[in-house]
Design a protein around this ligand. Structure first.
Ligand code: DON
Length: 307
């Protein structure tokens, strides 16, 4: 398989669709994204990188950061995390509040916003010593991506904090069930900042490849998580990574994947590679419209699927 050729072909094939979908506006700093930008990148378990399109353009991780914080929290607290957050698909939008009340403040899974707040709270509780929680998260992503210059986009972080009314409601609601140990404001600040970490598509694929390689970063050789844990994180991405469109993503792409509202999607081909796409126009469920199409083409053309 000539992977470079495949990525270039996909970049050309999606060109007529660029500009379809709607760029996220509820976080004002995301509204200025260029809807014509497109990038696709892959890193194999041999550590080889392939990129096509605007692969150096930076965008914020948004909900994709939840995969990294889940990895960190599982490494810190282990299976105890599952006493505070479930691992079932929610069938609801990423920022939905409705299940929280009748499920007593235990979020359905770690990839919806409510679950991600609990995961971030677990990281905040565990961080002592010299590194702050956001430095710990940032350090993890820098190590995975191989770039120490990766940083929080301060303008986006400010914009998220200024308009994050639903997240604030959710944080307070979870706290009322005693499922947040730290101050709501502290957890929200770390959460908004983790979502605002800016990466390129190339860095995103590189930073996810440990999940394709049994938990080991193939470039540095570092074991990031146990193989069993990597497998389970992939299972959660497959079943919950696209919220109420997770079934549709599994049907169309058939790979564990995680979307972000800025237009990125990271997908994992277990045993082979990580693939990342970026296109800021979103479909009606809030996932990248052209990004999903590109991954669907990728799965169809390469035959890569977990099914
Ligand atoms: O909390 C929020 O609303 C954003 N920072 C992240 C949401 C997001 O990326 C949803 N994913 N598709």
């Amino acid at each position: 398989m000539d992977l470079q050729h495949t990525l270039d072909d996909i970049r050309d094939a999606v060109r007529p669709y660029l500009g379809e979908g709607k760029v996220a506006r509820y976080i004002p700093a995301l509204a200025s994204a260029d809807p014509k930008k497109f990038a696709i990148a892959a890193v194999t378990v041999d550590g080889e990188q392939f990129v096509s399109g605007d692969a150096d353009h930076r965008f914020s991780l948004q909900s994709i950061s939840k995969v990294f914080t889940l990895t960190l929290a599982l490494n810190a607290v282990g299976a105890d995390l599952w006493k505070r957050v479930g691992r079932e698909p929610s069938g609801s939008p990423f920022n939905s509040l409705v299940q929280l009340e009748y499920e007593h403040g235990i979020p359905r899974n770690p990839l919806i916003n409510a679950g991600a707040l609990v995961v971030t709270d677990a990281i905040v509780s565990r961080c002592g010593g010299t590194l702050s929680p956001i430095e710990t998260i940032l350090g993890f992503i820098r190590d995975r991506a191989g770039n120490d210059a990766i940083a929080v986009d301060e303008e986006i972080a400010r914009s998220e904090a200024e308009t994050g009314f639903r997240n604030a409601a959710m944080g307070n609601f979870i706290k009322s069930f005693k499922n947040l140990d730290n101050d709501v404001a502290t957890v929200l600040d770390v959460y908004f900042r983790q979502c605002s970490i800016a990466v390129t598509c190339a860095e995103l694929s590189r930073s996810m490849v440990y999940l394709a390689n049994g938990g080991v970063d193939p470039v540095s050789g570092e074991r990031v998580v146990a193989a069993e844990r990597a497998r389970r994180i992939n299972a959660i991405m497959l079943t919950c990574g696209h919220y109420d469109a997770s079934g549709d993503f599994a049907y169309r792409v058939g790979l564990p994947g995680k979307s972000g509202v800025s237009g990125g999607i990271a997908a994992v081909v277990p045993g082979k590679m990580a693939v990342a796409v970026y296109s800021p126009g979103l479909n009606e469920r809030g996932n990248s419209l052209v990004g999903t199409l590109a991954l669907e083409m990728f799965a169809a053309r390469t035959g890569n699927s977990v099914f």
